[in-house]
Design a binder for this molecule. Structure first.
Ligand code: NAD
Length: 415
């Protein structure tokens, strides 16, 4: 595995860069450089074909200074411990940036969910929830959906947790379905938060978004919900891709038709509109905005050199590595960083947790209004700081998150 293929190396580089730029206590760097707990569970599952298989599950609990650990669960064949450590670190930064009472965590199972039928997926989720039950809780660690998981899986895992622990509060998991105690607006929250960042960025730069073009990598929960909102703005998606391939269409794709296709076929494979292209052609497509909404480490040196746009909106976590970001910056391309841009999901997860605790459920209008206001306020705070101190937006975001953690460590006598 070379250096940029290990996601935790990107976190280490970002931490070093932040502490070299920002005036923070050295001990804070020590405190946040490693997670508090790294949990690995190997659990057996009886599959539909009667075979017994051991699955490897992870839960990394990075930091709980501000509140219970919080972060998603990923079902993907490439899940590994250092990836969970990196994603958990970013969750600590995200919750501190929003000043919500959570820390950071992340986990998942190393397996390809596309290779299993629904009955087996259900059993794998149930057994994973049992294996995690001693380590999580509504005041301890609160998982949520991420790549390869959804509200159906969160419902199953919550139900199993409540039965296993003989408890009743559903706030132990967020991202549940509405009948099971989920929040209105959670499914589209991450895409909507990204959309608000884009609107605010355009306002601050006097850019009219109508008629602007973008390319989108990843057409899952985050990517498709964002694309729906962008089509309402009159923006045109001229290239798109997922784990099965990439497509271009200079006329623009119809997002509603694409969504219908993906719901039915589970991916973009064999999509019959536009031309099939490779990943290099995809990233070299001239457009206004590039949106990585799939996985980490997608924009490295090679991709950054060919990207031709005004702005990169980080919908995925850690999609751009340090070298990639330097190249983009030198080309005058703004990067709106993941911990700010995709934080709408954890914000509405917080609202879900509050609703579960109070047994008082909010209307969709209320949730979306709160989300929109909080995201635009935070975007402008980061943007103003980046201009005032001549930071890029990632450094400005880290400035806010790290200072918040430092203040609480000082108040608690640790620093
Ligand atoms: P998802 O599973 O719904 O969708 C993932 C998409 O990425 C799919 O279209 C998939 O085909 C595509 N993809 C996977 N591997 C790929 C590859 N190698 N090349 C190209 N495309 C590939 O997941 P999601 O919830 O939409 O998450 C997407 C990203 O957003 C992840 O980085 C996730 O951590 C981040 N994120 C998600 C949330 C959330 O609320 N779901 C919140 C914050 C950040």
């Amino acid at each position: 595995m070379n250096k940029t293929e290990n996601l935790f190396d990107l976190v280490k580089d970002q931490i070093s860069q932040s502490f070299a730029t920002l005036n923070l206590k050295k001990e804070l760097e020590v405190l946040i450089s490693n997670p508090n707990n790294e949990i690995i569970v190997n659990f057996p599952v009886k599959l539909k074909n009667d075979s017994l298989k051991i699955f490897k599950g992870y839960r990394v609990q990075h930091n709980n200074l501000l509140g219970p650990y919080k972060g998603g669960l990923r079902f993907h064949q490439n899940v590994y411990l250092d990836e969970c450590k990196a994603l958990a670190f970013w969750m600590t930064m995200k919750t501190a940036l929003h000043n919500i009472p959570f820390g950071g965590g992340k986990g998942g199972i190393k397996f390809n969910p596309y290779e299993y039928n629904d009955t087996d997926l259900k059993e794998i989720s149930i057994q994973f929830s049992k294996a995690l039950s001693n380590y999580i809780g509504e005041d301890k660690d609160i998982p949520a959906p991420d790549v390869g998981t959804n509200s159906k899986i969160m419902d199953l895992m919550t139900h199993t947790y409540l039965n296993t622990t003989n408890t009743i509060n559903k706030g132990v998991y967020t991202g549940k379905s509405i009948p099971f105690g989920g929040s209105e607006g959670r499914t589209e929250a991450t895409g909507r938060g990204l959309y608000i960042c884009l609107l605010e960025w355009a306002k601050r730069n006097n850019i009219l978004l109508e008629g602007k073009t973008y390319i989108l990598q990843g057409f899952g929960n985050v990517g498709s919900n964002l694309a729906l909102l962008l089509s309402k703005l009159g923006m045109t998606m001229i290239a798109v891709g997922d784990h099965t391939g990439y497509y271009e269409n200079d006329e623009g794709f119809n997002i509603y038709k694409m969504l219908e296709y993906v719901k039915k076929n589970k991916s973009l494979e064999n999509y019959n509109i536009g031309n099939n292209i490779d990943k290099t052609l995809f990233f070299s497509k001239k457009c206004d905005i590039v949106i990585p909404a799939a996985l980490e480490l997608q924009i490295k040196k090679e991709e950054a050199e060919i990207i031709n746009c005004k702005m990169v909106l980080e919908a995925a976590n850690g999609p751009v590595d340090i070298e990639g970001e330097t190249i983009l910056t030198n080309k005058g391309i703004t990067v709106i960083p993941d911990i700010l841009a995709n934080s709408g999901g954890v914000l509405v997860s917080y609202y879900e947790w509050l609703q579960n605790r109070s047994h008082n459920y909010w209307s969709k209008e209320k949730v979306l209004n709160k989300l929109d206001n909080k995201m635009s306020e935070l975007f402008n705070k980061v943007y103003d700081l980046s201009i005032k101190n001549n930071y890029n937006m990632r450094t400005a975001s880290y400035y806010i998150s790290l200072n918040r953690l430092q203040d609480v460590y000082i108040a608690s006598g640790v620093l």
